[in-house]
Design a protein around this ligand. Structure first.
Ligand code: GLC
Ligand code: CA
Length: 563
């Protein structure tokens, strides 16, 4: 694996609508991000991925783009965006935007023109088809529920394809003219000074054609897109073009959101000559998820969590550098999902932080994660805004859950969990806005907020600062960045332990996911001496073992003492 400048960085995801509102309209904005750059610098992160801010009717929170060349007025103006890039640069921060090109919005001019003249050039930008024998062209189920086909407005007999919401028509990547438009747009943004992109839902751009039915997996007669995509072949042609015509000439950093990766394709996607610089590791976020719907999901245990992390580390070894997360804007808060209730306190949150952060790869922090933000508590389904969640709620009721059971399920998995406003301080609306926030602030903001944690050496925030600093530590960084991940005492329940094996030093990462003390003998280290690099508690390390208190983590470095 070739070494890259970004390997030594730490990345941070901003969900702009909920980060900081500078003008009191209840919606976070670009000026708000600019005002908080110093905060991000204090935390110590280097790369910022900002979720979409392009012109959008916001049917799916900006993941439905009406104009790729414009900033949505709710977030600000293009001048604001340019200023953000300048201000970021001054602070040595790199900015990634979100590249959403599997689909656009039904309010994009391309789609409008396609509706006006389905047989014209813009009709070819989308997938339009007619019914066959009175049936929809195929039985695929959209990710947000229901068939992927919707009648084309203004047309008698034609339908358009949308694998997400019906306000997100899929773009026809088979059409070279569409691909050239997308490339021009990407290059235009990279020329403005972006460091690169996070690339949305990209595996969906290649459809298995011609449209045909696959075996139905529910009573609705439809087939899950995950299954459908297994039959698609040849995405490499499209992605190779993007790499060669856009990303590589700009030396852009790109991280792909890639679900359902075909087996054996990891090197093609993120190897030295891969389509992307990196891809997110979603192995643990996928664990326990059921194709039947959220009602059938199972929350992973700490042992599941560790198994998933190790599995991904093994797969990526020698191939490339994964991007590691515990949450994002589509997932429950990591601390609410991976920590059992008894461990959901500051100590446990630091433990989880250390465990994923020190795996090999590029760590991403999702806004609020550095404060230990948790899933909010919902009283009613009406408090939930996300498009996908409503269908899952219906689905729960359909399979016989009571309303309160359905609310419990949806409360755990709704994408709104990560989307509530950032908790800046203990003032009204957590200091996020002077107006009324677009989505209610979580009720725990008086105890969990940035103001109470910054400068407090014991806070979750400070712990993240220490992790970020450790990644840059001159003595240990070579091993933290490139040491092989070797699982240790893998079979021991509720212990997550691994080595990062360097050439002449080793780092041992230990995490006790239980309410009992654990004694962990050290592996044989020859002449090397142990030193404690980080812990979330008072730490006792003996010559040959560590004693971990409940929910304690320790990061122990081994090396020969310099003469
Ligand atoms: C990605 C985004 C998600 C969005 C979807 C459709 O999964 O992360 O938020 O709904 O793509 O663009
Ligand atoms: Ca605003």
């Amino acid at each position: 694996m070739e070494r890259q400048w970004w390997h030594q960085k730490t990345a941070y995801q901003i969900y702009p609508k909920s980060f900081y509102d500078s003008n009191g309209d209840g919606i976070g904005d670009i000026q708000g991000i600019i005002e908080k750059l110093d905060y991000l610098q204090e935390l110590g992160v280097d790369i910022l991925w900002i979720s979409p801010m392009y012109l959008s009717p916001c049917a799916d929170q900006g993941y439905d783009i009406a104009d790729y060349y414009q900033i949505d007025p709710r977030f600000g103006t293009m001048e604001d965006m340019v200023r953000l890039l300048e201000e970021a640069k001054k602070r040595g921060l790199y900015v990634l935007m979100d590249l959403v090109v599997n689909h656009c919005s039904d309010e994009h001019s391309w789609f409008r023109k396609a509706c006006q003249d389905p047989d014209g050039a813009y009709g070819q930008y989308f997938y339009l088809a007619e019914k066959k024998d009175g049936r929809l062209p195929c039985n695929w189920r959209s990710y947000f529920g229901g068939p992927v086909w919707e009648p084309l407005p203004g047309s008698e007999d034609r339908y358009y394809l949308h694998v997400f919401d019906k306000k997100q028509p899929d773009l026809n990547w088979e059409n070279p003219r569409l691909r050239r438009e997308i490339e021009d747009m990407i290059n235009w943004w990279l020329d403005k000074g972006l460091a690169g992109f996070r690339i949305d839902a990209i595996i969906n751009i290649k459809k298995p054609l011609p449209f045909t039915d696959y075996p139905a997996d529910r009573e609705d007669g439809l087939c899950d897109m995950g299954e459908v995509l297994k039959h698609a072949d040849g995405i490499g042609e499209f992605l190779g073009e993007l790499r060669d015509r856009c990303f590589r000439p700009h030396k852009a950093f790109t991280v792909g959101e890639v679900f359902n990766l075909p087996p054996g394709a990891l090197a093609d996607f993120m190897g030295d000559n891969g389509y992307f610089s990196s891809i997110f590791d979603f192995r643990q976020t996928e664990e326990g998820k059921s194709a039947k719907g959220w009602y059938d999901n199972r929350t992973p245990t700490p042992d599941d969590y560790k198994r998933c992390c190790f599995e991904s580390q093994r797969k990526a070894d020698g191939i490339g550098y994964l991007s590691n997360i515990i949450e994002n804007h589509d997932e429950p808060r990591g601390v609410s999902h991976y920590l059992p209730k008894e461990g959901r306190h500051e100590k446990g949150k630091k433990l989880l932080a250390a465990m994923y952060f020190l795996l090999k790869g590029l760590p991403f922090i999702y806004q609020g994660q550095e404060l230990g933000m948790e899933n909010p508590v919902y009283q009613s389904i009406t408090q939930i805004d996300d498009v996908g969640s409503r269908d899952e709620y219906r689905r729960c009721l359909e399979v016989g859950c009571s309303e309160s059971q359905a609310l419990e399920v949806v409360s755990h998995y709704t994408r709104d969990n990560g989307r509530t406003p950032f908790q800046w301080d203990a003032s009204e609306h957590a200091g996020f806005t002077k107006g009324t926030p677009w989505l209610a602030v979580s009720s725990d903001y008086r105890t969990i907020n940035a103001a109470s944690q910054i400068g407090n050496g014991d806070s979750v925030f400070s712990f993240y600062q220490k992790l970020i600093r450790l990644r840059k530590d001159e003595t240990w960084k070579e091993t933290i960045l490139y040491g092989e991940t070797v699982p240790y005492r893998e079979e021991e329940p509720n212990l997550m332990a691994y080595l990062r094996q360097g050439e002449d030093q080793t780092i041992l990462v230990l995490g006790n996911f239980s309410g009992e003390e654990k004694r962990v003998p050290f592996p044989a280290m020859g002449e090397k001496e142990a030193s404690l690099l980080l812990s979330n508690d008072q730490a006792e390390i003996g010559a040959n073992e560590a004693v971990l208190s409940p929910w304690q983590c320790m990061v122990i470095g081994f090396r020969r003492q310099p003469e």
